[in-house]
Design a protein. Structure first.
Length: 144
């Protein structure tokens, strides 16, 4: 079984980001974790989101569901190989780079950002309806 470790490219506005997904298995612990690593073009910095199994949190450890993350109570899932998912996670987590301007690597627990980007949209205060705006307007350009 070959792992998909390809470095991908995403253009967001005037910035270019490179990203990769890595799976790390811990046989002694009986689980694996996924790391989404994002590199802005230019400065040698990286943002790493780590997704490890936790209570009501599942990380895929098989070939057919590679990159899948699942929150069990509501069965919400994301796939880290999908560019729109990575863009939403980048938008949510990139302010952490500004909070640590001198750090070469900023490594964060990815689950709070999972929760942030999968939260239901806010209701419109005037009508009480859910907003229908497209949160992914300006979807990134991704190349392999």
């Amino acid at each position: 079984m070959k792992e998909n470790r390809r470095l991908r490219r995403m253009v967001v506005g005037n910035s270019t980001w490179h990203w990769t997904v890595r799976r790390r298995s811990h046989r002694t612990h009986g689980h694996c974790l996924l790391k989404l690593t994002l590199y802005p073009e230019g400065p040698r910095r990286r943002l790493v989101l780590v997704f490890a199994p936790a209570e009501n949190r599942v990380v895929s450890s098989c070939y057919f569901a590679a990159g899948d993350l699942v929150r069990l109570p509501d069965r919400t899932w994301l796939n880290l190989y999908e560019p729109a998912t990575v863009r939403r996670l980048l938008d949510a987590a990139s302010p952490a780079l500004d909070r640590s301007p001198s750090a070469h690597t900023v490594e964060l627990d990815g689950w709070p950002y999972f929760d942030t980007i999968t939260a239901p949209p806010p209701a419109d205060p005037t009508t009480g309806d859910l907003t229908t705006g497209d949160p992914m307007a300006g979807d990134p350009t991704v190349t392999a």
